[in-house]
Write a protein that binds this ligand. Structure first.
Ligand code: SF4
Length: 477
């Protein structure tokens, strides 16, 4: 997915910037980057491969080279960032988070627009760098806010960004607010973040949350609105379910609290006999603690995550390596498994591959029963709006594959629609099909309305597309 952080301060910003970016490490696995405007007005930048290493260890040696009061940085799941762009609007650094579905069309449009010196550099895999395309769109207008607004209107998908020009940061939240962009303040400095987790230990107080499509200009002295927010918000519900950090809040709603409440709601709706509740680390844990509290059954760790060397959600593309990494991270505790009836909570069931391996291991260790509770509904649609390193190709989704089997290979929208209604015969047959595939004693998914109740925001403001395929008319292209 990726995440960014920026600081505009009256004194040196490098330490805050370094730790603030680091607090976004759970959001991306490929590249880390930071850029600072030096006292001479030059942009100093560094980008490192963080595929199998921590951001801090990679950037520690660079810090002496960075001096300046204003900077931005990123944890990127895909492309090299920040890019430094020399343009008629000035030389700036830019970081983006989002997904551009119409990248090829926009590149073609740029080449055929009549501007003869348009060019794009290729990344090592032959793909074009989406952040470079965003900068090209920005440069088509006469000033930066107008350029950002232009880019956001052209992009099918989403794009939140930070742009560093001199000692000014332009911050923009994507058009429908799928990702959060939040400003913090302390004496002599403003910070802008995707995760409020970055604020407390750096002494920032939450100041302002950008609305959908809003653009602001941040200096050490002030925040100036450059474009007012739009009316339609579709913040990603998955932030609270899975990828947001537990201590973060978005739209004033804390992630850990939502997971805990959601777990309690799941338990209230259940009447199962079992011995203990376990969470699949990490994001299943708070749901499981909530479930345990409401059910009165103990919370236990049947698997313990080996955190000293597996602190990040590193997800290699190769399935075999991914399964090996997943196995190495989780260590079973035999005494808590043998002859026990265990209920596991997880944030969601994506492909089910790792869950199936986990269940197999539980049986190897003598578990009596394995029950699974997914904290979110069956995932049926791939995400069109954000990039995830965790594979979420539509065709791989466990629920979608179950529908395909039940429908003898047919899986069009009309066919799927029958399976979306919670509690319908088709829904129940889909859940049963996944249960059998994963070799579980029982399986339940959280109802969408109940998950939304745990989040507590108005339904029409929250994106739930990957579960129900719903989009408000105003957000359709
Ligand atoms: S489709 Fe799902 S993952 Fe994507 S933005 Fe919407 S809720 Fe989030």
């Amino acid at each position: 997915m990726g995440g960014f952080f920026g600081v505009a301060a009256k004194t040196d910003c490098v330490s805050d910037l370094f730790y603030g970016i680091d607090y976004h490490s759970h959001l991306g696995t490929k590249r880390g980057g930071m850029a600072v405007t030096s006292p001479e007005g030059k942009i100093i930048r560094s980008i490192h491969d963080i595929t199998n290493a921590q951001f801090r260890s990679k950037f520690d040696d660079d810090l002496d080279e960075f001096i300046g009061s204003t900077g931005i940085g990123v944890i990127s799941d895909y492309e090299d960032q920040p890019l430094i762009i020399g343009s008629r609007l000035g030389t700036y650094a830019i970081v983006t988070v989002g997904k551009i579905n119409n990248l090829k069309e926009l590149v073609h449009e740029a080449f055929t627009s009549g501007c003869t010196n348009t060019h794009f550099s290729e990344m090592s895999d032959g793909e074009l760098n989406p952040t470079e395309l965003v900068s090209t769109l920005i440069n088509q207008k006469d000033n930066i806010p107008a350029g950002i607004q232009h880019a956001q209107q052209k992009i099918d998908g989403s794009c939140s960004l930070l742009l560093l020009l001199g000692n000014t940061i332009y911050a923009a939240r994507d058009r429908f607010g799928r990702t959060p962009v939040i400003i913090g303040e302390k004496e002599g400095a403003f910070a802008v973040t995707m995760e409020t987790t970055a604020f407390p230990n750096l002494d920032y107080q939450l100041k302002y949350e950008l609305g959908p499509g809003e653009i602001v200009q941040i200096t050490a002295d002030q925040i100036v609105q450059k474009k007012a927010p739009g009316d339609t918000m579709q913040i990603c519900a998955f932030l609270w379910v899975y990828y947001g950090y537990p201590s973060s809040s978005y739209e004033g709603v804390n992630t850990e609290t939502v997971r805990y409440t959601n777990g309690k709601i799941m338990a209230d709706d259940d009447d199962l006999e079992f011995d203990a509740v376990c969470g699949i680390p990490d994001s299943g844990i708070a749901h499981a603690i909530g479930y345990s509290t409401a059910s009165g059954k103990p919370y236990q760790r049947a698997f313990v995550k080996y955190t000293p060397t597996w602190p990040r959600s590193f997800m290699p593309q190769n399935q075999q390596v991914r399964s090996l990494v997943a196995k190495m991270k989780l260590i079973p505790v035999p005494g808590l498994i043998e002859n026990k009836r265990l209920l596991f909570c997880d944030d969601s069931i994506v492909r089910g591959t790792q869950l199936k391996d986990t269940v197999t291991r539980l049986y190897e260790y003598g578990v009596k029963e394995v029950h699974m509770r997914s904290a979110s509904p069956p995932l049926v649609f791939g995400c069109k709006f954000l990039n995830f390193s965790r594979s979420r190709s539509e065709l791989d989704l466990a629920a979608r594959r179950a529908i395909e089997r039940l429908e003898n290979g047919k899986c069009d929208d009309a066919t799927i629609a029958k399976y979306l209604e919670y509690g319908s015969p088709e829904y129940e047959s889909m859940v049963e099909e996944v249960r059998k595939e994963l070799n579980l004693n029982s399986l339940k998914y959280q109802k969408l309305e109940k998950l939304l109740g745990a989040i507590g925001l108005p339904r029409e403001q929250v994106c739930t597309y990957c579960w129900d395929g719903w989009e408000p008319e105003a957000a359709k292209r």
